[in-house]
Write a protein that binds this ligand. Structure first.
Ligand code: NAP
Length: 293
């Protein structure tokens, strides 16, 4: 391994990828390459000192060209969660290209408990990618990332408009994590290359009812929390106009939480970065500008 390694971050124009590159640039740990399907979107990172390359997991030639000379690679999971198997094909192609390029260490962004039995329809994409890494000869680190605090941005406008928060998550708990804590942890994982599996979570393990109460407090809003079952939640989401696949995915998230499959809180972010993750109350307050925009 070179004394000053070359890092490459895929998906660098995405919200997570961009922040990982910025944190890596701050470490001055080596050469930083930001890679995207559209390098034109990387101008701001280039201005800060990153090199840029084109990478598209659907284009094997772009993978081979982009991974030349790369010592450490972050594979950011792709975003088409509604087409079963597509992400697995894309991410497996990235793993295979990393093996061809003899990358020294690969970090991958997975999800909590992706093993068979997960109620999340896209869990097999993550599990399959973890398996592809395990079967490869590539040294690697898996980051199983809890659900982002920022996911609340999708639900809160309608919660605020109606004053009602419907949930089928029951007494299931989760420890939402701020996206920037994931970015800091991913940058540290690239620099330290620890190997193994890290469950990245926020510091506050709460039920959805408790999260709703915290949101009400932070935003000074009255929110009625209404527990429903899966069928009622699906019917309500469809009646509200959500496309069926998104409504079904939303129900699956709640069912998975109710089943205890995201009930975990860890110190992995602090272990990797030396810094505690942001408290949920502060991360919710940080959503205010995006919600008022
Ligand atoms: N834990 C959670 O709650 C949560 C929530 C949302 C998403 N996620 C996962 O975490 C990832 C990063 O989150 P984010 O907030 O940064 O999402 P985002 O802003 O929507 O970014 C989507 C990412 O997918 C990449 N991508 C899509 N198609 C690709 C392809 N063919 N080849 C290579 N890369 C491709 C994009 O890269 P370019 O456009 O730069 O090529 C971009 O980095 C998501 O893609 C998703 O897998 C997790």
């Amino acid at each position: 391994m070179a004394a000053s390694p070359t890092f490459l971050v895929t998906g660098a124009s995405g919200q997570l990828g961009r922040r990982v590159v910025e944190h890596l640039l701050a470490t001055r740990a080596g050469t930083i390459i930001a890679a995207s399907r559209d390098p034109a979107k990387l101008a701001a990172l280039a201005a800060k000192g990153a090199q840029t390359r084109r990478i598209d997991f659907d284009d094997a030639a772009s993978l081979d060209a982009a991974l030349k000379g790369v010592d450490r690679l972050l594979i950011i999971s792709t975003d088409d969660v509604l087409t079963p198997g597509r992400r697995l094909r894309q991410q497996t192609a990235a793993v295979e290209a990393a093996a061809r390029a003899k990358v020294g260490h690969v970090v991958y962004t997975s999800m909590p408990h992706p093993e068979p039995g997960s109620l999340i329809p896209f869990a097999p994409d993550h599990y399959g990618t973890e398996q592809a890494l395990a079967k490869s000869a590539l040294p690697h680190t898996i980051l199983r990332v809890s659900w982002y605090v920022e996911n609340l941005l999708r639900a809160l406008p309608s919660v605020f408009a109606s004053g009602k928060w419907y949930s089928a998550a029951g007494e299931g708990k989760l420890a939402n994590i701020a996206r920037d804590d994931v970015a800091r942890a991913a940058a540290s994982a690239l620099v330290k290359a620890p190997g193994g599996v890290f469950n990245l979570t926020g510091p506050d393990l709460l039920t959805t009812r408790q999260i709703a109460a915290l949101v009400a407090e932070v935003f000074d809003k009255k929110i009625e929390f209404i527990s429903v079952n899966d069928e009622q939640l699906l019917a309500g989401l469809l009646a509200a106009g959500l496309p069926k696949p998104i409504a079904e995915l939303t129900v699956a998230f709640d069912a998975n939480t109710r089943a205890g499959k995201v009930d975990l809180v860890t110190d992995a972010v602090e272990k990797l970065t030396g810094q505690k993750p942001i408290r949920l109350r502060d991360a919710i307050a940080a959503l205010k500008p995006a919600l008022s925009a």
